[in-house]
Design a protein around this ligand. Structure first.
Ligand code: CO8
Length: 259
């Protein structure tokens, strides 16, 4: 079934897929259907051997202005518990291929959390990042208190979460939340360029390297080093390792196959 709130483009030649959140009338507010469609789309792209990196964007005005407040406003705690909307977030978090967020305009609440769930963020100079849940009587629920704090430190995260203040793309860059800032006309192109740069690498090495970097967030240094070493050794079972090293010795570009 075609998704209602997503537009999906796939560039076979470059192995890059692009998912655009497409609910512009509500600034891409993340309702349950949109998140479920996103989960399904990412699952399919993760399983598609033609795809090696995925760019996730909104539109120029908004990446996403948060969870859909209209949908949440009347809910009880038990409704929220039974809806279990975070199971879709947990599934999205399991995406093995690299995800690059292309952010322009608002990335607020769940929108900021979704961008932070991605592996890298390219932002237009109009991007605004914020966790304004406090202004509507709640708090971040999809990782904001954890990922933001790890990315930009306690002082800045605490201020954003407790005051709801938005930060600009330049502030986000200086704080280490994002990778690049571009003029608004170029943010998507730049994100796709970054995705292509990753997509020429060995897909197996990319997945295992992503997994190891993410491990740094929830393990001790010793445990993380052990995990890294395990993945490093494992890659010597791949043809891409043979090809990559042989190509270096023969002074040519490698042709990676993901095997
Ligand atoms: N939910 C539903 N509708 C929204 C949302 C939203 N989060 N944000 C904007 N909209 C709608 C508006 O209601 C409006 O609709 P309509 O035209 O029918 O009135 C339309 O989008 C355009 O918005 P505005 O007219 O408000 O546009 P402005 O440019 O004046 O303002 C703002 C833009 C500042 C972004 C403003 O819309 C705003 O403050 N939005 C809410 C931001 C917010 O509080 N986000 C946090 C939501 S809570 C959350 O994300 C919890 C996350 C944890 C769970 C994650 C599960 C998915």
């Amino acid at each position: 079934m075609q998704p209602e709130f997503l537009i999906i483009h796939q560039q076979v030649a470059t192995h890059v897929a692009h998912i655009q959140l497409n609910r512009p009338e509500a600034l891409n507010a993340l309702n349950l259907q949109l998140m479920s469609e996103l989960k399904d789309a990412l699952k399919a792209l993760d399983a598609d051997p033609q795809v090696r990196a995925v760019v996730l964007s909104g539109n120029e005005k908004a990446f996403a202005a948060g969870a859909d407040i209209t949908q949440m406003a009347g809910k009880s705690a038990i409704d929220m518990y039974n809806t279990d909307q975070f199971s879709t977030w947990d599934a999205i978090k399991k995406t093995k291929k690299p995800l690059i967020a292309a952010v322009s305009g608002f990335a607020l609440g769940g929108g900021c959390e979704l961008a932070m769930l991605c592996d890298m963020i390219v932002a237009s100079e109009t991007a605004r990042f914020g966790q304004p849940e406090i202004k509507i009587g709640v708090m971040p629920g999809a990782g904001g208190t954890q990922r933001l704090t790890r990315a930009i430190g306690k002082a800045r995260a605490m201020e954003m979460v407790l005051t709801g203040r938005f930060i600009t793309a330049e502030e986000a860059l200086a704080a280490g939340l994002i990778n690049r800032v571009t003029p608004v006309a170029l943010y998507l192109e730049e994100a796709v360029k970054l995705a292509k740069e990753v997509a020429v690498m060995s897909p197996l090495a990319v997945k295992m390297a992503k997994e190891a970097v993410l491990k740094a967030f929830d393990s001790s240094l010793e445990e993380g080093l052990h995990f890294e070493r395990r993945n490093f050794y494992l890659l010597f079972a791949s043809e891409d390792q043979k090809e990559g090293m042989q190509a270096f010795l023969e002074k040519r570009a490698p042709a990676f196959k993901g095997e």
